[in-house]
Ligand binder design. Structure first.
Ligand code: C2E
Ligand code: CA
Ligand code: CA
Ligand code: CA
Length: 279
């Protein structure tokens, strides 16, 4: 008889390879979806909490798999990172965003700012950022309004490298937001060192705002300090009127979340902005 080890190990190996096989199929499907451009975009408006005016929107990627249905972005972005597809994914987001917003004539006064998410792996790889920049040169109409969101942990990997990277790209006219801000131990140092334009206070703080009074002091401190540095502050994940009021009292002027608007497809965004204009 061949040496195959105990049944339990054989079963374990088979389960592993089944999972691996599923992954391979998903990667192949993702590659195909990118090539055929069957992924879609949704846009979530951001608002000035005091005036109610729209200050910009965040672009979020969606993938409806033909068999599995909606795949969470965290999952397929992770896959793209692991399989050398992240540049193609970002290129798609940037070009499709420009094409869609352009087709509706939304760039500019109706939509002063358009934020696109950049993966940590991409931000920390200068060659990938060069590729992204070439892609951006192809959409000059979007460039003046574009802001790139990188997560706090991405910028943290190597703070000195991030400072250089951001300075270099800012010279070329790009703007940057730090996403999921405030969760790291060195958040304050990042605020001090990094040449950024915006911080997005992590949803976890907004969620705890009314449950844990200390959170209010933290949000106040972040907001005050950012303002002192001339950095814009956006609170994300605002779901209730109480949170909105509390944020305004904290001095946080910009908000994004289900309470104000859900992420929506381009047609919906166009009519949303039109209604807003008439209001
Ligand atoms: P993120 O950048 O922190 O995006 C915010 C997420 O919060 C989005 O989830 C959005 O739909 C959700 N959200 C917005 N308002 C609320 C709210 O009031 N309550 C709650 N509970 N959630 C809210 P989504 O679209 O599932 O995206 C998840 C993550 O996937 C994003 O987190 C981002 O890290 C990543 N992602 C999405 N699109 C892209 C993309 O085009 N490129 C890259 N690299 N990453 C992306
Ligand atoms: Ca984001
Ligand atoms: Ca975020
Ligand atoms: Ca997040």
């Amino acid at each position: 008889a061949r040496e195959e080890g105990p049944d339990s190990i054989r079963l374990f190996n088979r389960a592993l390879s089944e999972a691996e096989e599923k992954r391979q199929i998903l990667v192949a499907d993702l590659r195909q979806a990118i090539e055929e451009r069957t992924l879609s975009l949704v846009y979530q408006p951001q608002f000035n909490a005091v005036s109610g005016q729209i200050t910009g929107c965040e672009v979020l990627l969606r993938w409806c798999h033909p068999m599995l249905g909606w795949v969470p972005p965290e999952q397929f972005v992770g896959l793209a990172e692991q399989h050398n597809l992240i540049s193609a994914l970002s290129a798609l987001v940037v070009s499709q965003t420009a094409a869609e917003l352009d087709s509706k004539g939304l760039l500019g006064n109706q939509l002063p700012r358009v934020s696109v998410n950049i993966s940590a792996l991409e931000f920390n790889n200068p060659a990938l950022m060069d590729t992204l920049q070439q892609e951006l040169n192809g959409v000059p109409q979007l460039l003046p309004f574009l802001q790139l969101e990188i997560t706090e942990t991405a910028a943290l990997t190597d703070l000195n490298a991030s400072v250089l990277q951001l300075s270099r790209l800012k010279q070329k006219g790009l703007r940057f937001a730090i996403d999921d801000f405030g969760t790291g131990y060195t958040s304050l140092m990042m605020l001090k060192e990094l040449p950024i334009d915006e911080v997005k206070i992590d949803r976890a703080f907004i969620r705890d705002l009314l449950k844990q009074p200390r959170t209010i002091a933290i949000v106040e401190a972040i907001t005050a300090m950012a303002r002192g540095f001339g950095i814009n502050v956006v609170a994300e994940g605002v779901e209730t009127r109480e949170q909105l009021e509390c944020l305004t009292a904290c001095g946080c002027q910009e908000v994004q979340g289900y309470l104000l608007a859900m992420p929506m497809a381009i047609d919906e965004l166009a009519s949303f902005l039109d209604k807003q204009k008439d209001a």
